[in-house]
Write a protein that binds this ligand. Structure first.
Ligand code: PMV
Length: 324
């Protein structure tokens, strides 16, 4: 092996039932299962080149050298792949995404899914999707869901071997749209890795986790039956529960901006008018407005008229992470 290279592409995902808090931080075994939609149209493309002439890993994100902490996290992930492949060659990693990174659009999900697929392929490994999902999970929890397309469930479970994601329904099952309203493009202050570690300091986390099986069941049923009103209420409840935990952690995490709250209010008002739309928010100020295709154009127009909207991205059900 002198030089081996592979390119992979992966989509981010948006969780209806969210992952927040770990049972095991090092292995990223979550406190609760989660369900998401893989977001087609938004993507991270990553090239991994193992080169026996390199003496250290080199990581570039959008053509710039990555920070020391990001490079270390990528190298640690490559170590997992090198261990399985049984070699120690260093690599050049070049990654680029077509959406703002670090602002609550799960960029780490598409980044670590693409890194896992490109890295294992460049290493000459041929792994089953469940294996890829487990490896991706070690880089970033939500990345285990981005290995798959469509509607995806991550089974929390308790060990490294059985904590992985699987397809709940394929991408053509239900043509939901995600209108992602960007109200702030800056990189978030407290990233999700640090945030997960704070979840247990909230007195609300135990109640949130204890009720998760009920929410997962309701969400699964709503997706399989294409029941939008049920999906909307369980998705908004789950997002509000996660943000309640964030707000009541020590230190307290407050990701919302005034514009975030305004969009949440408008979306619930529009739903009361009969529009099929609901909101969900990750660890950032931007709002994901999930809607059925029938209402998407009208909702997009209304969202674009709101003050403070910097950019609006639109995603449709996406496909699994793949080698190009
Ligand atoms: O995978 P991480 O560590 O970036 O955590 C993701 C956390 C949320 O996006 C807030 C929720 C989720 O399930 O995607």
């Amino acid at each position: 092996m002198a030089i081996r290279t592979a390119i992979a592409v992966a989509n981010p995902n948006i969780a209806f039932i969210k992952y927040w808090g770990n049972r095991d931080h090092a292995l990223r075994i979550p406190c609760n299962g989660s369900i998401s939609l893989t977001l087609g149209g938004l993507e991270t493309q990553t090239t991994v080149t193992f080169d026996e002439n390199l003496t250290s890993d080199h990581v570039f994100i959008d053509d710039r050298s990555a920070s020391a902490s990001t490079s270390a996290r990528v190298s640690q992930h490559l170590d997992r792949i090198r261990l399985i492949a049984g070699f120690k060659y260093c690599a050049k990693v070049e990654s680029r995404s077509n959406f703002p990174v670090g602002a609550g659009i799960a960029s780490s999900a598409s980044a670590f899914a693409a890194l896992t697929v490109a890295g294992t392929s460049a290493a000459g490994l041929s792994l089953q999707p469940i294996e890829l999902s487990r490896i991706a999970r070690l880089g970033s929890g939500s990345a285990c869901r981005s290995i798959f397309g469509g509607f995806v469930e991550w089974h929390a479970n308790e060990t490294d071997e059985d904590s992985y994601a699987e397809v709940l329904a394929p991408s053509n099952h239900w043509d939901l749209q995600d209108l992602i309203v960007i109200v702030n493009q800056e990189h978030k202050g407290v990233g999700s890795t640090e945030g997960h570690a704070l979840a247990d300091t909230s007195p609300l986390q135990n109640a949130r986790v204890a009720d998760a099986p009920r929410r997962l069941k309701e969400c699964r049923r709503a997706i399989l039956d294409r029941d939008f009103p049920s999906l909307a209420s369980i998705t908004e409840l789950d997002s509000n529960l996660m943000h309640a935990v964030m707000l009541t952690s020590t230190p307290s995490l407050m990701y919302w901006y005034p514009e975030t709250l305004q969009i949440m209010n408008e979306v619930t008002r529009w739903r009361a008018e009969g529009y099929e739309v609901c909101y969900t928010i990750d660890a950032g100020p931007n709002v994901h407005c999930i809607c059925t295709r029938k209402y998407a154009d009208r909702i997009e127009k209304r969202l674009r008229r709101l003050p403070g909207v910097i950019q609006l991205l639109r995603a449709s059900p996406g496909n699994q992470a793949r080698v190009l």
